[in-house]
Design a protein around this ligand. Structure first.
Ligand code: ADP
Ligand code: 5GP
Length: 185
């Protein structure tokens, strides 16, 4: 039997359904700890500080980076995002499974600094379906969607760098597969 993977990274293009899958998984398994990132992006309706993200100013983000408080960070579609290091390390030291939902650049940084991390890529069933989901979410202006779709082409091309690919056709199926990969169930 293989050992429990210590840290799992979930990446995939914007709009593929990462947040939806993670929310579904945590409804049934609240013990799965998800890192809360810091971001300079403005909250979407319904997003709460400390729950979905720590919403910070540019100056606060500068400080987090300068003080080495982020495990990884990246600029994505005009905003900066980063993983607070301390909370992740505390969980890992306690032997608890940790999940990061971050972009490709962040996944590469984790790969470089933590050799035993498990990298999971969430792929859309098709390009057209990805466009439909990103547009259908209705949370971004047209030019932001364009920007995210340009980034999505780059992210999709990087799929072979990941250990495992899950195709998000059914939220329930993907959540179950992800739990199995994390050895939670
Ligand atoms: P991400 O976190 O990857 O940016 P979201 O979780 O916000 O993506 O999902 C983008 C949109 O796609 C949302 O409107 C969500 O309800 C929808 N969605 C997610 N997964 C599926 C799925 N398996 N089938 C159909 N729609 C989905
Ligand atoms: P959104 O603005 O849609 O919430 O997130 C945009 C992108 O940023 C997504 O690909 C998401 O996974 C990524 N992201 C969220 N938090 C982090 C983080 O802490 N680090 C990195 N590198 N990417 C992140």
């Amino acid at each position: 039997m293989s050992e429990r993977p210590r840290l799992t990274v979930l990446s995939g293009p914007s709009g593929v359904g990462k947040s939806t899958v993670v929310a579904h998984m945590r409804k049934e398994h609240p013990e799965v700890w998800l890192s809360v990132s810091a971001t300079t992006r403005k909250p979407r309706p319904g997003e709460r500080h400390g729950v979905h993200y720590f919403f910070v100013s540019d100056e606060e983000m500068d400080k987090l980076i300068a003080n080495g408080e982020l495990l990884e960070w990246a600029e994505f579609a005009g905003n900066r995002y980063g993983t607070p290091r301390r909370a992740v390390m505390d969980r890992l030291e306690a032997g608890e499974p940790v999940l990061l939902e971050i972009d490709l650049q962040g996944a590469r940084q984790v790969r470089a600094s933590m050799a035993d991390a498990q990298l999971v890529f969430l792929a859309p069933p098709s390009w057209d379906e990805l466009v439909r989901r990103l547009t259908g979410r209705g949370t971004e202006a047209a030019e932001v969607i364009e920007r995210r779709l340009r980034a999505a082409r780059v992210e999709l091309a990087a799929e072979p760098e990941f250990d495992t690919t899950l195709v998000n056709t059914s939220v329930e199926d993907v959540a179950r597969e992800l739990l199995a990969l994390m050895k939670v169930v």
